[in-house]
Design a protein around this ligand. Sequence first.
Ligand SMILES: Cc1cc2nc3c(=O)[nH]c(=O)nc-3n(C[C@H](O)[C@H](O)[C@H](O)COP(=O)(O)O)c2cc1C
Length: 197
Amino acid sequence: MSEHLISSIDSRRARRAITDQPIDRETLTQLLQAAHLAPSCANNQPWRLVIVKDECVLSQIKEHLTGGNYWARLSPAIIAVASRVELDCRIPDGREYYLFGCGMAAMNLMLQATELGLIAHPIAGFKSRPIKEILDIPADFTLIALIILGHPAQDHGGLSEKHRGEETASRDRRPLSDVLSWNRFDFVVPESDSASP
Ligand SMILES: Cc1cc2nc3c(=O)[nH]c(=O)nc-3n(C[C@H](O)[C@H](O)[C@H](O)COP(=O)(O)O)c2cc1C
């Protein structure tokens, strides 16, 4: 990995201080092209990306964000990542790859946004059903995530105190030894564990 790539990966953060300054169509197209270069099982390309830039549609979507995602209401463009299980490999032992593929496409998009000086913040905190209806996403598709886009704001005054702190906090990660082992699976796994927010 080149120095340059790791520094881009490092500078991508899920920041919340954004402005409502519009993002032009050409820039949005670049982000979508980056997403579409992602690898996928058997090259199935399971991602379906809906770019929302129309103010009327945007404001309808924003009605259905969870309270903690108030900061996303300033966003001038939101990308919905949707797919369904049949669009990607389904291995008989239970492995289903569509979410994995969509995650890789989303990551490409977020890194390209970072390169362009934009914030691209993925969220799961939204009501899926009404947003799917607003966007005409078929019922059998999963709306996996929304990617909130925006130009970074210098002023953090619109954020809650907690989010103001997080905005400038250093990266929070478990020690590498918690998530990595060499040559065999050497982790202590709790019997039941919920990682839901
Ligand atoms: C699938 C997914 C869902 C997320 N949902 C939310 C969300 O609803 N609201 C939010 O503020 N951040 C959300 N995040 C952002 C994470 O909280 C953030 O990526 C994490 O704290 C690590 O911070 P970093 O991305 O700056 O390294 C989500 C991230 C992912 C990947």
